[in-house]
Ligand binder design. Structure first.
Ligand SMILES: Cc1ncc(COP(=O)(O)O)c(C=O)c1O
Length: 382
């Protein structure tokens, strides 16, 4: 086995989940998904596709009709994005891995804004690249970026700047001014931006989507945006995403896709088409429900002694800390085994997240959040 693979960290979220294995009484909020099933029309579209016998390979880049629909959807949010920049992928995580495979090789430097979902920093490491971590820092529970610090780390030697915003786990969301500064800087250094924008619709800032690099970049900029159906359409188990590439890079992406998944399953892509038809009528309601969940959870956490938390502007997570509980893995394991409360340890997202806990608030039944809060409150009373 290659040393880079041996060196990959095991998932600390799984480690906590394993501590509660086989227990039906655990209230689990550790994974990044809602407990709500995918809307029926999307499931029906996939079922119809299967019944119609769509069981064959598709084009490497995905069904042209789905790529067309994605281009129209992205254009509606961000201004013209042509179909010849869209590649369909088997999940957001695959989209990100493909982007990394396209851009980095052994010895390259990737600068990443952290803490972040661990897959993002593992992917370049798998390819033998070196990852430089630039930390967001918390003040009263609000995480923010020192832009000057970030830009000083991105040099002509930096191959990729990797940014996930809205950020998992902190909820940190880029401002337009920060995006503009990053784009200008990367144009100067010749650095690619890989933007993980899978939470763009899960945004509570009063717009249909969080600020996207697509809003400001030219089609020829060195920018790759990774997207997913998972979060906006409750489709985590479907494994469907897409890439927005610079103009002229699609053929290369198609070749690379051949050697990864070859293509996404056709019936899953039909589900994706149905999801995009539903977007305008479904996503705003989902986001409103999530905002209700966020407000309820954050208010409950705030009411507890020694807890620091802020309402995240985007994403599906409350990231909070309890004074005196600095070992997040040990604390999360204790919460599961003693109190039946399943949260993700902040250390799972890098050393910058140590001392914090992540609580996914995407729940169709907000009473579950109340029950979870009661268990945490009990734990803090002991
Ligand atoms: C920041 C971030 N990016 C990408 C993904 C990938 O989503 P998926 O592979 O389900 O499309 C996730 C999933 O949790 C995520 O949190």
């Amino acid at each position: 086995m290659r040393a880079a693979i041996e060196a990959l960290p095991g998932s600390k979220i799984r480690e906590v989940a394993n501590a509660g294995l086989g227990r039906s009484d655990v209230l689990a909020f550790w994974f990044g998904e809602s407990d709500e099933v995918t809307p029926e029309v999307i499931r029906e579209a996939a079922a119809q596709s299967l019944l119609a016998g769509e069981t064959f390979y598709s084009h490497n880049l995905g069904l042209p009709e789905l790529r067309h629909d994605i281009a129209r959807y992205a254009s509606g949010l961000h201004g013209a994005v042509e179909m010849d920049r869209i590649a369909v992928t088997s999940s957001g995580v695959t989209a990100l891995m493909l982007a990394m495979q396209m851009l980095v090789g052994a010895g390259d430097e990737v600068v990443a804004v952290v803490p972040v979902w661990p897959n993002l920093t593992a992917q370049p490491a798998i390819l033998g690249a070196h990852v430089t971590r630039v930390p967001l820092r918390p003040r009263a529970g609000v995480w923010s970026l020192d832009l000057d610090e970030l830009l000083s780390r991105v040099t002509a030697q930096t191959r990729v700047l990797l940014v996930n915003a809205p950020n998992n786990p902190t909820g940190w969301t880029l401002t337009r001014a920060e995006q503009q500064a990053m784009l200008e800087h990367c144009r100067g250094t010749g650095t690619w931006i890989v933007a993980d924008e899978v939470y763009e619709r899960v945004y509570f800032g009063g717009a249909p989507a969080a600020p996207s690099f697509l809003d400001i970049a030219d089609p020829d900029d060195r920018l790759i945006v990774a997207q997913s159906f998972s979060k906006s359409f409750l489709m985590t188990g479907w494994r469907l995403g897409w890439l927005v590439l610079p103009r002229g890079q699609l053929d290369a992406a198609g070749k690379l896709l051949e050697f990864n998944s070859s293509c996404a399953p056709v019936f899953v892509q039909r589900g994706g088409q149905a999801a995009l038809v539903l977007a305008d009528s479904f996503v705003p309601g989902l986001v409103a429900r999530l905002q209700g969940c966020r407000d309820r959870l954050v208010a409950g956490l705030r009411a507890m002694p020694r807890v620091t938390v802020a309402a995240p502007p985007g994403g599906m997570y409350a990231f909070f800390r309890v004074d005196g509980r600095d070992d997040s893995l040990a604390f999360a394991k204790q919460l599961v085994s003693v109190h039946g409360l399943g949260l993700a340890p902040g250390a799972a997202f890098g050393p910058e997240g140590e001392g914090w806990l992540r609580w996914c608030f995407a729940s169709k039944d907000p009473a579950r959040l109340d029950a979870g809060l009661e268990r945490l409150s009990q734990a803090l009373r002991l």
